[in-house]
Design a protein around this ligand. Sequence first.
Ligand SMILES: [Zn+2]
Length: 288
Amino acid sequence: MQLGSLVTSEELRRRLSAAFGGDRFPNAALLEGGAAGGRRELALLLARAALCTGDGERPCGQCPHCVKALAGSHPDLRVEGGDGAARSFHVDVVRSVRDDAFIRPNEAARKVFVLLEAQAMSEQAQNALLKVLEEPPPNVLFLLTVPSASMLLPTVRSRAQLFRLDGEEPCGADPELLSRLAAALCAPGEAELLFLTAPLIKDRAALRASLQGLALLLRDACVLRAGASGCLSGLPEDAARLSRALTRESLMRLLAVTQEALAACERNANAALLVTALCARLRAAAGR
Ligand SMILES: [Zn+2]
């Protein structure tokens, strides 16, 4: 499955690929945790994967379904909500989604409904949704995003496969450290990188969070370098600085190095060796 740099946790990548990488899909999935922007982007990516008819990894980004979904004009993809304000997700919208779910798909193999920030549904709206989740029509996929699954009725929660994005966002990472790491990557020499990362050797949780934060920041910089926008790291100025200072190739290499270090961290690799190797590899990847 083509998850790009959106998901950095190996475990979550594996679970998402198992659920969305084949031809069978869950009826409903709940994406919780992380930042609202990250949840939304992941939900839309999974929606495209469910509509895609490409031969290789999905979403391919090139088949007619991917193209229409990216343009926001796929007749079998409906996106609702996202305002986030309490009770802004109106029961009438949910009822209309429910009715729509019973109409056969127009072009794709299934219909996909992305319901953003579902915690904004009133109890009445959630109960309206529950009716269709309990006895889902064939070939329908519901993708719900929510800050925490605990904000939904237990009956709704229990009908959806849960994917937790916590730790996928740099909220666990120290933003000041990320900012200084970004500056160190743009500067010559390795001393500052070694100095900044040394305290992480003794704190595996902080190391993991910092690597996740750095991966998001580098992803943002790559996106900016490609002329697009969409900040997931919450550090737009640092992403802009990286995108100005480094080439696209360097940024891609840095991202790959960071993701490999994160995978090693999750395999419980020796932290001292990991951090030392990381600094040398980041330096080489930055090409400074
Ligand atoms: Zn496709």
